[in-house]
Design a protein around this ligand. Sequence first.
Ligand SMILES: NC(=O)c1ccc[n+]([C@@H]2O[C@H](COP(=O)([O-])OP(=O)(O)OC[C@H]3O[C@@H](n4cnc5c(N)ncnc54)[C@H](O)[C@@H]3O)[C@@H](O)[C@H]2O)c1
Length: 311
Amino acid sequence: MKVKNVACIGVGTIGHSWATLFAIKGYNVAVYDMSPELIKSAMERIRSSAEFLADKGLIAKNDAASALDRITLTESIAECVSDADYVQESAFESYDVKKKIFSEVDKENDSAIIGTSSSGLLMTEIQKAASKPERCLVAHPWNPPLLLKLVELVPGEKTSEETVEITYQFMETLDKIPVKVKKEVPGFIGNRLQAALWREALNLVNSGVASVEDVDRACWAGPGARWGIMGPFLTLHLGGGPGGLKYHIDTIQHGFNEYWKTMDDWKQIPYHASLKAIKGVEQLPIIKEKNLEELVKWRDNKLVRLLKIQE
Ligand SMILES: NC(=O)c1ccc[n+]([C@@H]2O[C@H](COP(=O)([O-])OP(=O)(O)OC[C@H]3O[C@@H](n4cnc5c(N)ncnc54)[C@H](O)[C@@H]3O)[C@@H](O)[C@H]2O)c1
């Protein structure tokens, strides 16, 4: 199957970024959101994202303009998905919401692949709402999908191998870097790693080891800088010198084992830890200097430079 027409359901933070990406890569994109205000502002937000890419020299100015011509705003899920070969659902992160949408899409279009942007829900549960569960999968992007290349493809128990393969190839046409999750787990790969780091970041602040500002700094200026170009396995392999990862495990790992013994294993976020984190973030100098829009621009400008290095 060759994808030509894409439907985007939900045009919030993630959905509008997906829609921009699909359109600049030459696909026809139909867009729907249950919020009339968001639909009204969708074209302006997509235009601004496409122009950002053009300003950064990542696409030609003409391509940014012609991408907008490929976008159609629609007023219902039925209208949005009627001609779609691929549907990207980016609505709220809830089984009830996603199952309702999957069931409706399933009734209105009997051949499209249906992907969800879900950050960690299980497809085995969502696809129960579809009469053809074999064509449903998770296609989890990283924010913003327009810039970050990773997409995690997660099949449910009833997803066919063919659906995963077609989606994989389709994602490659978008210059995405797809990874296949072989065994379904909540949070997939990236968010599980992020959740493990987040727990310890909270723990360090909560137990008074360091401030929010210094924990953030110790992440991006140290290990995070390396994680921008390689993952934890290769990082530690290089850290082991000529002996590589084996040397790390035989010797340096001893220290890591000791750190593990002193780490918390909270199963939910303690209220006092969340209060300290929120207060700490409010005191960050950058939060006082820039509003949300300026922060997003600041982040995206830096991401563009990082992505050039990653190529
Ligand atoms: N924000 C992130 O960093 C991030 C990253 C990756 C994946 N995701 C996932 O992407 C999805 C969307 O997240 P977001 O951050 O864009 O949320 P968001 O709140 O910004 O956008 C969700 C949009 O879905 C719309 N919506 C809700 N129910 C709907 C329905 N029944 N029909 C049509 N539209 C509906 C809302 O009006 C809203 O515009 C979630 O599943 C989330 O877990 C989020």
